[in-house]
Design a protein around this ligand. Structure first.
Ligand SMILES: Nc1nc2c(ncn2[C@@H]2O[C@H](COP(=O)(O)OP(=O)(O)OP(=O)(O)O)[C@@H](O)[C@H]2O)c(=O)[nH]1
Ligand SMILES: [Mg+2]
Length: 414
């Protein structure tokens, strides 16, 4: 699964941009995808009116299936209420940002005209939430949330080209000599260590800035009868296509999130916010770690079970041999748990105890099954031997003699 979310101040075109993702994903990326006309129910409400439209944190109810790196990914879109509208104080704006960071695998931060220190500081402060769900070990690196700053109505096009800027592109060229990313995050050779960038990179992958032109006067004057300028339309398409071709899937620890685990995760976060107050960071940290451990435990148990599920029906183990299978299978399961667990949780013993208990419970049931299989085979063999005693009889017996034969043969069965 991939979850693309957009945050930023109110009424700055967030839902408008997300609707372009819907167009692309609905059309399956056809050449003219951006021209698709969608009815009101098929797109996220967006308005040029004076009042805020999007309220709360909304997950668009339709998952879109998209081929990414030869794998089908379910893409969800998450639209958020704008920060600092009349009903959102700083605390609630912070809660929206934190939730969006926790839930998404691609986070778009929408700003107007320029990227400034105020925004960077805010993102830096909340990056700890994005980091909570991504892995912290080197072995699991590469699974962090992608972060794109989407700059609307950019004015400084004399110095910076429109489109995507990151640490590598655009490379310096003669026409547009400057890279906006390096302007915001000066490289070490241009003035020492960049502390903000370093802090962000610890929590996000693929930090980039997408620079957009204005909509154009005609559209701004009368959006009902005019289209945005072609340059705007082209860049918005480019942004959508770029984001999808660099899609990042959502992971919880080293685990790829599925629809089912995402649902568990959303419910967990919703329950934490139940008293209408956003939980403090240590609570989210603890609960997320606990969820990660539960997933690690479920994965370990699956691996343990698979050791037994794969035993062919015709394979028979003696009771002793079957008992000997327990320890190596448990060791593999424990390794899987350790590789996937959340680091540094205090109640680790509880999970390991649980794993042992569940493995033992499953093993005992399989052991009984193996015993039944052995008994059935023994009784089948014995019955076949019994039948053989009678199958090849050619002579005739008197009733008593035949009965005696029966008792003799069935006695052998016991
Ligand atoms: N200036 C400007 N306006 C834009 C841009 N993109 C869309 N808009 C317009 O901004 C207005 C609000 O668009 P929405 O998509 O509803 O904005 P939003 O940020 O989702 O708004 P809320 O949900 O109310 O916070 C609409 O009139 C859009 O046409 C842009 O790049 N620049
Ligand atoms: Mg909106």
């Amino acid at each position: 699964m991939a979850i693309i979310s957009i945050v930023g101040k109110l009424q700055e075109g967030k839902s408008y941009a997300l609707n372009h993702f819907i167009r692309y994903l609905k059309s399956g990326g056809k050449d003219d995808w951006h021209q698709q006309k969608l009815s009101a129910g098929e797109i996220i409400p967006s308005s040029d009116g004076p009042d805020p439209v999007t309220l709360g944190v909304n997950i668009w109810s339709e998952p879109f299936f998209y081929m990414h790196k030869k794998e089908e990914v379910a893409v969800l879109l998450l639209d958020c209420q704008g920060f600092y509208d009349m009903t959102l104080d700083t605390e609630k704006s912070a809660a929206i940002f934190a939730l969006s960071s926790l839930l998404s695998s691609v986070l778009i931060y929408n700003v107007t005209t320029k990227l400034d220190m105020e925004v960077l500081e805010k993102v830096r402060e909340f990056s700890k939430y994005a980091a909570l769900v991504s892995s912290t070990t080197d072995a699991q690196a590469g699974v962090k949330t992608a972060l794109t700053f989407l700059v609307r109505d950019f004015k400084r096009t004399k110095h910076y080209s429109l489109g995507f800027h990151n640490s590598k592109e655009p490379a310096a060229n003669i026409d547009k000599p400057r890279n906006y990313f390096h302007h915001i995050f000066p490289s070490p050779d241009a003035g020492g260590e960049n502390v903000t960038l370093k802090a962000l990179q610890a929590c996000f992958n693929d930090i980039g800035i997408f620079v957009m032109p204005p909509l154009g006067d005609a559209f701004e004057r009368d959006p009902d009868t005019n289209e945005p300028e072609l340059e705007f339309q082209n860049r918005l398409q480019e942004m959508v296509e770029y984001s999808l071709s660099h899609l990042v899937t959502k992971q919880l620890g080293s685990e790829q999130i599925t629809g089912k685990t995402f649902q568990t995760y959303v419910i967990m976060l919703a329950q934490l916010c139940q008293n209408r107050k956003f939980p403090d960071y240590p609570t989210i940290q603890r609960e997320t770690a606990s969820l990660r451990n539960q997933l690690a435990l479920a994965k370990a148990l699956d691996v343990f079970k698979s050791e037994f599920v794969n035993i062919p029906e015709q394979t028979f183990f003696s009771e002793e041999d079957f008992k000997n299978k327990y320890q190596p299978s448990y060791n593999v399961a424990l390794q899987v748990y350790n590789a996937n667990k959340s680091l540094g949780t205090k109640d680790e013993d509880v999970y390991i105890k649980n794993l042992k208990l569940e493995c033992r419970k499953y093993f005992d049931a399989r052991m009984v099954e193996n015993g039944n299989k052995l008994n059935k085979r023994a009784s089948d063999l014995a019955f076949n031997t019994f039948k053989e005693q009678f199958a090849n009889i050619t002579e005739s017996f008197c009733e008593t003699k035949f009965k005696n034969k029966f008792f003799k043969a069935s006695g052998k069965l016991l």
